[in-house]
Structure formats: structure tokens, C-alpha cells
Design a protein around this ligand. Structure first.
Ligand SMILES: [Zn+2]
Ligand SMILES: [Zn+2]
Length: 376
């Protein structure tokens, strides 16, 4: 009789720490010796494997098909058909979590190739205006210094909590990588990048976006916060994006992770997309629509539809706000403001967010808190 450790489940676990879907997620302890040979009979593998993978005896020489490296073997995801390995973060879109069920690589699944972008393509994609003027750089860092000094004043901070500008990752290569994940995700969904609200023929005209129509009135973005908004927009135009990456998760689909620390009250992004009348979209299947204006006259209410044009905000997931468990995950919120008489929606951090944390907002939350609530 075979000892318990040679049961199929256990021998699977011993293949190594590589991620095979449907296999146990974690090794009990990393083994320093090369992974032992598999003990499962071939007939059993063929009977149970969905794609009849002929698994190898030894996975210790496995390397990533994308980057060629065999490092970080615990991040290698194995294709259930061709048995090749891929680092989860080398895949585009990035795979954030070991998929539930079987996983096939791009060539085995026959999936349309998700474009990965070269540096130049990323710059073109986001229409990044290269900052070659030295003065501009100086001006912005001086501005930041001024800002720090000003915000150091305790009196001001106590009076009202101001929005903080996001702090881009210092390394330009890291920023390009971040923008590359967004470009890939937008392209996969055939969405054009837009760094502002868009008004298309046949939808709501720009003149329909009037904050004064809001039922009960809309809070006005203060002068200081408007400056912060403009400062952030100018950074984005230079390719100094917020420290965020778009990742793909088999449960949640595309989702957004912090790629650096984000402080409480930080302006993360504006919610952009095509503006339309709510009436036109009531039976729409767009998976991420955002309220822009709740007018006293419902026929004048507006929504943002990021199905054709949009930015990173559309990839940030809302929580299920019916369970306390998922409420705990919330780390940012959507807030609507009147900016020069126009309604705008911003995503703002509601607590400090650590690198690697996913961003979640309460999709319904802000409607109840609006308009008196002010981040306190
Ligand atoms: Zn790799
Ligand atoms: Zn494959």
C-alpha cells in the first residue's frame, strides 16, 4: 500500500511551487532540493487533465516564455494545454491571481493578442507632451515645494482637509510600465484614452453639463483644490501618471493596484468618458457607468459612459457595499464637484493605500453622503 504522501494530491503539490491552476496554491515549505519526480501514473493524468497535458518529470528548468527568466518560480503560471510557463506579471494583461479553473496561454486559447506597447507607442497613446523645457520642470518642483510648505501649516489643515496631488513614481521606466498596463487594458476593450469628459454628437451636449441643475445643489471645488486638480492634470500630460497599474484578475476582470504609496486624501484620477443623458442609458449594458448629474428634472440627469473613451478610473472596481467584509476594502471614493459650473467626478483616497493594494470605491456610497459630506 502506498504511503499517504504519494496520493495524487500530494504528488501534485510536490511538482514545485509553480502555479498550476486547480493545484494547491501554496507549498507548505520551499524545498531546497530539486523537486522530486512525479508519482502520478500517466493514465491518471490523461484521465483527469482537462487538456490532457503531458506533464514533465521535472520542472526545475522551467523559465518564463515572455522574459526568458526562470527566477521567481512561484510566480510562474503553467498553461494547462501546452505546459509552458509564464510569470503572472509578464503576461499582458497582468494576471494578478492564480485563475480558478483551467488557464490557457494566449496561443492555446486562440485569444486575440493583447498589444504590449513600446515606449514610443505609450507616449503616443497618451499623447504625452515631452517636457524638454528645463524651466517647466523647475517650476513644477518649486510648486511642489511651495505646496509642501503651505500644507505644513497646522491651522490650514485643521480648518479643512485639502486634496493632495498624487505623487508619481520617480523612475520614468516604472511610469512607462504603469502606463503600458493601462494602454493594454484600454486596447483590449477597444476603448480610446481620454483625459477629460467627452461630448459626442447624438449624446448630451456640453451645455447640458451644468452643476446648478443638481437637485439640492452641488459642492464647489475650492480654489486650492482646483489648483491641485490642474497640477495633477499637468503632471499626467507630461507622463507623470499616478502610481497605478491595471491588472487582470480571473474573478474581478480588470482591476487597479497601487504601484506606490498613496496617502489619504490624494486625488487619484478624474472619472472620464462620454457624457450622456441617463434616460438614453437606462437599458444600457455598459458595465461601468458613473453618475455625473442628478438633476431636479430627471430628464436632465447625466451619466459618464466609459465604454468608448475613458481612462484608468473605469478599471477601478466598486465594492459590494452590502457586506461589512467588502466595506473594509474600500480605500477611495468617488466625489462629484462643480468646477467652473461644470460637474466633474473625482476619485480620492479615503485612507493611506500601500503599494500592491487594490483600489476599491463604494459605488453607491457617495450618493448618500452628498452634498454635505466633506471627507471628514
Ligand atoms: Zn517572465
Ligand atoms: Zn499554452
Amino acid at each position: 500500500m502506498a504511503p499517504a504522501t504519494t496520493s495524487p494530491a500530494d504528488s501534485r503539490r510536490l511538482v514545485g511551487s509553480r502555479r498550476r491552476t486547480e493545484a494547491p496554491r501554496r507549498m507548505l515549505s520551499p524545498s531546497p532540493s530539486p523537486p522530486p519526480k512525479k508519482l502520478r501514473p500517466m493514465a491518471e493524468i490523461l484521465a483527469t487533465a482537462r487538456f490532457a497535458v503531458v506533464e514533465r518529470d521535472d520542472y526545475s528548468d522551467m523559465s518564463c516564455e515572455q522574459c526568458g527568466s526562470g527566477e521567481r518560480p512561484d510566480e510562474l503560471l503553467l498553461c494547462d494545454k501546452c505546459d509552458r510557463g509564464f510569470h503572472m506579471k509578464c503576461l499582458r494583461p497582468i494576471v494578478a491571481r492564480v485563475p480558478i479553473g483551467s488557464w490557457l496561454c494566449r496561443s492555446c486559447s486562440g485569444q486575440r493578442r493583447v498589444r504590449s506597447f513600446s515606449q514610443k507607442k505609450i507616449i503616443d497613446f497618451f499623447k504625452i507632451r515631452k517636457c524638454n523645457a528645463v524651466e517647466e520642470k523647475c517650476a513644477s518642483s518649486q510648486d511642489a515645494r511651495k505646496r509642501r510648505r503651505r500644507s505644513a501649516s497646522l491651522v490650514l489643515q485643521k480648518k479643512r482637509r485639502r486634496l493632495l496631488p498624487f505623487i508619481p513614481s520617480e523612475d520614468p521606466v516604472q511610469r512607462l510600465k504603469q502606463m503600458g498596463t493601462l494602454a493594454s487594458a484600454l486596447t483590449a476593450l477597444q476603448i480610446e484614452f481620454s483625459d477629460g469628459l467627452t461630448y459626442m454628437p447624438g449624446m448630451a451636449p456640453r451645455s447640458a453639463n451644468q452643476a446648478k441643475l443638481e437637485d439640492g445643489g452641488m459642492q464647489v471645488l475650492s480654489k486650492e483644490d482646483t489648483e491641485t486638480l490642474e497640477y495633477c492634470q499637468a503632471m499626467s500630460k507630461r507622463g507623470e501618471c499616478p502610481p497605478l497599474v491595471v491588472v487582470f484578475d480571473s474573478c474581478e476582470g480588470f482591476t487597479v493596484e497601487a504601484d506606490g504609496q498613496i496617502k489619504d486624501m490624494t486625488f487619484i484620477a478624474e472619472y472620464n468618458g462620454d457624457v450622456d443623458f441617463l434616460n438614453n442609458r437606462e437599458h444600457d449594458d455598459c458595465d461601468s457607468m458613473m453618475t455625473l448629474l442628478l438633476a431636479t428634472d430627471p430628464s436632465k440627469s447625466l451619466v459618464i459612459c466609459p465604454d468608448k473613451r475613458g481612462n484608468i478610473a473605469r478599471f477601478i472596481n466598486g465594492i459590494n457595499n452590502h457586506t461589512p467584509e467588502s466595506k473594509k476594502k474600500q480605500n477611495c471614493k468617488c466625489v462629484r464637484y462643480s468646477v467652473n459650473g461644470e460637474c466633474r467626478v473625482f476619485l480620492v483616497a479615503t485612507r493611506d493605500i500601500a503599494k500592491g493594494e487594490r483600489l476599491y470605491y463604494d459605488y453607491n456610497g457617495y450618493e448618500h453622503e452628498y452634498p454635505t459630506h466633506h471627507f471628514v
